[in-house]
Design a protein around this ligand. Structure first.
Ligand code: C2E
Ligand code: CA
Ligand code: CA
Ligand code: CA
Length: 270
């Protein structure tokens, strides 16, 4: 008994050690990842339910380190923890606007959605940086949408409300991402004036096992506040059918396209 418990502790120590070593390795490389051209963006279409056409694309960050793709769910956290996310986030925004400008040659009103972290949003300079980026990339403000994760709203509320208001004054759109996974979802809809609510993919995937009522309720509440709804992680025709019947305005997921390179996206815009 005693021996096996000791063994378990040993295994735990080992995996914790590996975890920490990996984190430190990522931290050391991430600091220079932008300069080394290891970061790049891919784009996933967001489809307008009524027309079936690409309405916007979400820019998603990728990191190739020594031929290994590091998932964003892993390195974004490291970037946030070690203070790189503001610089990286600003680079992402600039790249996305430049790419959006190129895409506009093909699809003039195409929207670009960019994910932003809480640290960016809490930064007093952020709204001005967004305005400056729009200006020097010559990308139209009304085509840019910033996606904010709902759990962000656990932070300094006054600062957030203030910064979101300043951002909206530049003419950009704002979305609540991963809706339903954080807490105080309903009060968030009431307090923050955003444009879109993206229902988290876990709810879309649970639609055939009882999640349908949740998706329906969220969509109804969102409409009551005049927010347009995006369903993410749409993988099956059945999900598409249900979501279309509920009147959800936008769909995103592997059923349509996974995130693709700019060149591939251009082919689909043709
Ligand atoms: P997210 O914002 O919820 O992005 C959607 C994620 O779901 C993407 O994963 C996308 O590839 C994946 N996805 C889309 N449709 C489907 C589907 O039908 N099925 C499945 N199984 N997955 C689908 P990805 O690219 O790995 O990004 C993960 C997360 O990393 C993002 O979640 C976002 O929170 C974060 N992230 C990505 N890029 C950035 C960035 O530039 N800045 C910040 N702050 N966060 C980012
Ligand atoms: Ca997102
Ligand atoms: Ca999401
Ligand atoms: Ca997410």
């Amino acid at each position: 008994q005693k021996r096996s418990e000791k063994g378990r502790v040993g295994v735990f120590d080992e995996s914790l050690r590996e975890h920490l070593l990996r984190e430190l390795r990522l931290r050391d490389h991430l600091e220079n990842a932008v300069h080394r051209h290891e970061l790049f963006l891919v784009y996933q279409p967001i489809i307008a339910t009524d027309t079936g056409k690409i309405d916007a694309v979400e820019a998603l960050l990728r990191w190739r380190l020594d031929n290994e793709m590091i998932p964003p769910d892993e390195f974004i956290g490291v970037a946030e923890q070690y203070g790189f996310i503001r610089a990286i986030g600003l680079w992402v925004l600039g790249e996305a606007c430049l790419a959006g400008k190129r895409m506009h040659a093909q699809s003039p009103e195409l929207g670009i959605s960019v994910n932003v972290s809480i640290q960016q949003l809490l930064d007093e300079d952020f709204p001005d940086e967004v305005a400056a980026t729009l200006k020097h990339t010559d990308f139209p403000a009304h085509c840019l949408d910033l996606e904010i994760t709902e759990s962000l709203f656990a932070h300094d509320k006054r600062r957030l409300i203030d910064n979101i208001a300043r951002l909206k004054k530049t003419g950009i759109k704002v979305s609540i991402d991963d809706f339903g996974t954080g807490y105080s979802s309903l009060s968030v809809m009431q307090e923050f004036h955003v444009d879109y609510v993206k229902i988290d993919r876990s709810f879309i995937w649970s639609m055939d096992t009882g999640g349908r009522a949740i998706v329906e309720a969220v969509s109804q509440i969102a409409s009551a506040f005049d927010y347009k709804v995006v369903a993410e992680g749409v993988e099956t025709e059945e999900q598409r059918r249900l979501l279309t019947n509920m009147g959800i305005e936008y769909l995103q997921g592997y059923l349509f396209l996974p995130p693709v390179s700019e060149e591939q996206l251009m082919q689909h815009l043709l």
